[in-house]
Design a protein around this ligand. Structure first.
Ligand code: TLP
Length: 356
């Protein structure tokens, strides 16, 4: 039985073309700055994101961490959405390793943070009781808010507020190319307000590993030191950077297919009695490749059905989904699942809900 893995877009395997590019990559010692393929990837990504320089890192978590460590120091505060990946799922790295104080504020359903709420969260720099606010973190697309896109105008508005107070903005753009393809907005426009932006290669772009952090040259040099500090200086990393270059050339425009598949999936889910998905409804800006859904205990025939039971039944039918707390389940489309897999997954879901 073929497994249809919809837990995340991180599960993709490198394609034959990508593997070829990796096998043939020119390499050197990147800690000495001598890996030509890593340099090429960093330059190309910086160019795509409208920034001066780039830094290749092992993961999205490492990219966010070294960015935060390069922006802020011991006792400084960073304002972050309470549903942000940096706040929820990165092992508290900013505080554990940087002694940076996170200040969570509510995310709205569209992934944004209300601007007035942000303004109120900024500390009074002349009050010695308060930690100085150094950084605001945003996320685009916003994962826990359903893969929703933040507009360039919103990020600009946050940046205007931050910059007026001498505060920097970091953008967790793990899925920024999804945001770009879904709205037809160049990634550089989506990132223009932020001093730094991190983009993942190992999600929708289909690479086995890697992320790139971009920003001004001086900032990237500070981040490079932080990358060394956390053990992220890699040697002949061109082998994996080559996958990133291949992805930029081959796997960006095709993200539109993942978005269409996610729409179909959400629409199909919404037709199943007892399930509902926000992504089946109209998007605040645009939905992308994430589909969240919930069991409505009052509408489902089997009242004892929980997300964990449903995910287990799906697994028995060869479909993998991710329970994400409460009665919510996430399914993610990516380049290793096609349209027919979506129909198969929907059939499995229909029978799993009915216990058949
Ligand atoms: N997210 C993963 C899991 O951690 C949940 C996923 O499957 O979605 N920012 C955002 C918005 C992310 O969604 C993720 C990964 C990261 C950062 C961290 O990237 P990695 O996993 O490369 O450290």
């Amino acid at each position: 039985m073929k497994t249809i893995d919809l837990r995340s877009d991180t599960v993709t395997r490198p394609s034959p073309g990508m593997r070829r590019a990796m096998a043939e990559a020119r390499v050197g010692d990147d800690v000495f700055g001598e890996d030509p393929t890593v340099r090429e990837l960093e330059e190309r990504m910086a160019d795509r994101l409208g920034k001066e320089a780039g830094l290749f890192v092992a993961s999205g978590t490492m990219g966010n961490l070294v960015a935060i460590l390069a922006h802020a120091g011991r006792g400084d505060e960073m304002i972050v959405g309470e549903l942000a990946h940096t706040f929820l799922y990165e092992a508290g790295g900013a505080s554990a390793l940087g002694s940076i104080h996170p200040h969570p504020v509510p995310n709205l359903a569209d992934g944004t943070i209300d601007i007035d709420r942000l303004r109120r969260a900024i500390r009074n720099p002349s009050d010695p009781h308060q930690p100085p606010t150094r950084l605001i973190c945003l996320e685009n697309t916003h994962n826990r808010c359903g893969g929703v896109v933040l507009t360039a105008e919103y990020t600009d508005a946050v940046a205007d507020l931050a910059h007026a107070e001498g505060i920097s903005v970091h953008l967790d753009g793990a899925r920024l190319f999804n945001a770009s393809v879904a709205t037809g907005t160049p990634p550089a426009e989506l990132a223009r307000g932020a001093e730094s932006v991190m983009v993942c290669l190992s999600k929708g772009l289909g690479c086995p590993v890697g992320s790139v952090l971009c920003g001004e040259r001086g900032f990237i040099e500070r981040a490079r030191r932080m990358r060394k500090l956390v053990g992220g200086g890699m040697r002949q990393a061109g082998i994996i950077a080559a996958a990133g270059i291949y992805a930029l050339e081959n796997n960006v425009e095709r993200l539109a297919e993942d978005h269409e598949n996610a729409r179909r999936l959400a629409a199909g889910i919404a037709e199943i009695e007892g399930l509902s998905s926000p992504q089946a409804g109209p998007p605040p800006t645009a939905w992308t490749n994430l589909t969240y859904f919930e069991i409505d205990p009052d509408a489902v025939a089997d009242r004892s059905l929980t997300a964990d039971i449903l995910v287990e039944r799906l697994r028995d039918k060869g479909v993998l989904a991710l329970p994400v707390g409460g009665e919510q389940i996430r399914m993610v489309t990516h380049l290793d699942v096609g349209r027919s897999d979506i129909e198969t997954a929907l059939d499995a879901l229909r029978s799993a809900v009915n216990g058949t």
